[in-house]
Design a protein around this ligand. Structure first.
Ligand SMILES: *[C@@H]1O[C@H](CO)[C@@H](O)[C@H](O)[C@H]1NC(C)=O
Ligand SMILES: *[C@@H]1O[C@H](CO)[C@@H](O)[C@H](O)[C@H]1NC(C)=O
Ligand SMILES: *[C@@H]1O[C@H](CO)[C@@H](O)[C@H](O)[C@H]1NC(C)=O
Ligand SMILES: *[C@@H]1O[C@H](CO)[C@@H](O)[C@H](O)[C@H]1NC(C)=O
Length: 303
């Protein structure tokens, strides 16, 4: 290194160059005779040394330039690095934003679950309130029907029944298609906890005639418009018997000419059809073939 430094110093100072030139001139022109050969050898050696110095200098410059080039290259390479850094910085921001977003999402989800629960609770409450309303409405309907019963018959007869002084009465009021023969009519009364009506007083006879229902459609044959009562006869109409097994009473309220056995509709079962003459409303009918309405009777409830 000290050698390289010396040569470098020789080359860069004027002093060194001048001394080399002087040596060279003296060798060529002044000291030709005598020790001229030795001088030549010295010149060659000097030139060789100079060449070596130049070579080394070139190498040093080359290394320097190579380094400089590297520096330049790395400056150029830095551009994508900066971009990448920016990108990474942005990426960091994105990661942060993502985390924030996820936190927000978790919160939203929790809020949603809470709202959903609240909605479900409100729905349950609404449902239970609706159920209560339905119950109250049912109770109201029940009370209204009970009130109707009370208004109509003081609560002493079932709904749809009529309370008269002599008892509770049910008039079937069926249309032509659902009228019944005598035994089916009686079965209906029994199913209602009663029996076909037994008329055993003038008062009852008059009450039934007054309260006799007006049918919406009356049949062409008068005898089709009557109501079965609880009175039947033995086969030849020898004796009439009430469904309570009491034999015929002395007083009967037959229509004029009844009971008759001659007509097609005649038979051994009695029916009631209101008339201006309230003492003459019964007639005999065919128990099996005649399809009529019917009157049930029961004792009023005691209060
Ligand atoms: C980083 O974000 C900024 C602003 O949001 C944008 O201008 C820039 O282009 C982005 N850089 C990269 C490398 O995505
Ligand atoms: C209505 O009457 C029925 C029977 O007549 C009874 O069971 C029911 O409790 C009554 N309802 C009310 C609300 O009083
Ligand atoms: C009437 O008598 C019949 C038979 O004789 C009997 O089956 C029926 O239970 C009696 N009805 C009443 C209300 O006593
Ligand atoms: C009464 O009518 C029903 C149905 O139409 C029938 O089944 C029954 O046999 C009838 N009863 C009599 C005694 O004719």
């Amino acid at each position: 290194m000290s050698f390289d430094g010396k040569i470098y110093q020789d080359l860069t100072t004027d002093e060194g160059l001048r001394s080399h030139r002087q040596t060279f001139g003296q060798g060529m022109f002044a000291d030709r005779a005598g020790f001229g050969f030795q001088h030549h050898r010295l010149v060659i050696l000097s030139l060789g040394l100079l060449n070596a110095a130049l070579l080394i200098a070139a190498a040093v410059i080359g290394v320097y330039c190579a380094n400089a080039k590297d520096l330049q290259v790395s400056d150029l390479a830095a551009t994508p690095l900066i971009l990448e850094m920016n990108f990474l910085r942005n990426h960091t921001a994105i990661v942060k934003a993502k985390a924030e977003f996820q936190r927000a999402l978790v919160k939203e989800r929790a809020d949603f679950v809470q709202i959903k629960q609240e909605v479900m609770q409100k729905k349950a409450l609404t449902d239970s309130l609706e159920q209560r309303i339905r119950n109250l409405q049912a109770e109201k309907t029940n009370l209204q029907s009970n009130r109707t019963v009370l208004e109509k018959n003081c609560g002493r007869c079932p709904l749809e029944w009529v309370l008269l002084k002599t008892g509770c009465y049910y008039f079937s009021k069926s249309d032509a298609a659902s009228r019944k023969n005598w035994s089916d009519s009686r079965a209906d009364c029994v199913s209602k906890g009663s029996d076909l009506v037994v008329i055993n007083s003038l008062e009852e006879q008059l009450s039934l005639n007054v309260n006799f229902p007006r049918l919406q459609s009356s049949s062409s044959m008068w005898w089709m418009n009557g109501f079965w009562i609880g009175l039947t006869a033995t086969e030849n109409q020898g004796a009439w018997l009430w469904v309570n097994n009491k034999t015929e009473e002395a007083t009967m309220y037959w229509r004029a000419g009844e009971p008759r056995n001659s007509e097609a509709h005649s038979g051994t079962c009695a029916a009631f059809l209101s008339d201006a003459d309230s003492m003459k409303t019964w007639y005999s009918g065919n128990c099996q073939q005649n399809q009529l309405n019917w009157i049930c009777e029961m004792e009023p409830r005691r209060i």
